[in-house]
Write a protein that binds this ligand. Structure first.
Ligand SMILES: Cc1cc2nc3c(=O)[nH]c(=O)nc-3n(C[C@H](O)[C@H](O)[C@H](O)COP(=O)(O)OP(=O)(O)OC[C@H]3O[C@@H](n4cnc5c(N)ncnc54)[C@H](O)[C@@H]3O)c2cc1C
Length: 139
């Protein structure tokens, strides 16, 4: 990393963003007394929205129509060579996201979605698909 100053600065920037802006995940089993919020879809938009809301004490129910292997939405439905076309600095769907490369591939993005889900998973999750994503991933 010492030989890649831009990469070093990027990782430093990421760490500062995480430290400054990541809402603290609730303690397991915490009763969230904030407004009740329904979120539809467990793509990056749904998962990051749920994480933000839970991180700020809202009582969230997430509805997803597909099964566990589709956590991450569209990214779970493309092949593993697919990746970002834009620099990942512009693809920070949650402050806690951390990328190892500037143009991450599908698996790296899905790993971040799953990480956010696990970190902030203190929400109810309902689904229409069977077998259910929500039952296997908890929340
Ligand atoms: C190969 C590839 C490269 C890309 N590169 C970039 C890039 O470089 N920059 C960029 O900004 N974007 C890029 N994108 C676009 C990408 O689609 C978005 O960035 C983002 O992933 C969309 O997330 P989303 O959660 O909004 O939607 P989706 O990922 O589509 O997730 C929606 C979720 O909602 C669920 N759902 C839908 N309707 C219902 C319903 N009625 N009830 C319950 N659940 C429902 C679906 O099952 C799904 O899980 C790329 C996409 C692909 C495929």
């Amino acid at each position: 990393m010492a030989f890649h100053p831009v990469l070093f600065l990027y990782h430093l920037y990421e760490r500062i963003v995480i430290w400054l802006f990541s809402p603290k995940p609730p303690t397991p089993g915490a009763v969230l007394r904030g407004p009740k919020i329904a979120i539809i879809g467990a793509g990056i938009t749904g998962v990051s929205s749920a994480a933000h809301c839970v991180g700020h004490g809202c009582d969230v129910v997430l509805f997803e129509g597909r099964t566990e292997e589709y956590l991450g939405g569209i990214w779970a439905r493309v092949n593993k060579t697919s990746g970002l076309q834009i620099h990942s600095v512009m693809y920070r769907f949650h402050p806690a996201v951390h990328y190892d490369s500037e143009y991450p591939k599908r698996d790296a993005i899905l790993a971040q979605v799953r990480g956010i889900w696990e970190q902030y998973g203190e929400f109810d999750c309902c689904c229409f698909g069977r077998p259910c994503l929500c039952e296997t991933l908890g929340g």
